[in-house]
Design a binder for this molecule. Sequence first.
Ligand code: ATP
Ligand code: MG
Length: 226
Amino acid sequence: MENQPHLKAIDLRRSFQIGPRKVDVLKGIDLEIRRGESVFLCGASGAGKTTLLYTLAGLEQPESGQVIFEGDVLYAQGDAAEARRRNQRIGFVFQGYFLLPELTAFENVLLPCMIAGESKGTSRDRVEAILEKVGLADRLHHLPAELSGGEQQRVAIARSLMNDPSILFADEPTGNLDSKTGAAIVELLLSVVREKERTLVVVTHDPNLALRGERRLEIQDGKIVG
Ligand SMILES: Nc1ncnc2c1ncn2[C@@H]1O[C@H](COP(=O)(O)OP(=O)(O)OP(=O)(O)O)[C@@H](O)[C@H]1O
Ligand SMILES: [Mg+2]
């Protein structure tokens, strides 16, 4: 158990049909990530970084190949069981935040607990504590439109941590931010994973940020290189 990788991908393949043309995006991806490791995944725009991250996180099934997470094969169970796994064991920070615009910071972060069936009373203190941890104690009741890009990203990170996942995926978490705010977001991600020995997989096209992780992978022509 201890020696097995936290996340393992075996020969992942995925293509998209665009009109008459079939585009192969993942052409046989193999990788192993240890528990507690911080991995930065780089690659050109359109190289397949988001596709790979979704596949690894249980959000999109590959055409062939396997993802093994904590010893379990992903996509092997029914939809309800896979949804529960995503809600409770996997954290995801989406490219472009994906906050619900009509909900406050507090309510956006509360959402995963409501989905998990917790009462609002039980989760309230935890939501406040986690928003405080990401530096938003005085922004609890702001709507996303009333927050800066860096603050919205902090809300998205807080939301991804609510159910205490063992692995955190982040897709271009600094993509829309200036370099100083972006560097602070990466430091925040690294600190929240270190604290509980979580595993971190971050997609970025910024090679300077990628140097902050323990390992850098690059996706090129549908495969992992280097
Ligand atoms: N749902 C889809 N339908 C058709 N093609 C898709 C779909 N999703 C992705 N693709 C194609 O797959 C390729 C890889 O897309 P992906 O979003 O994974 O790239 P990316 O590396 O994350 O790019 P970026 O850095 O711009 O976010 C692109 O050529 C894209 O057009
Ligand atoms: Mg992308």
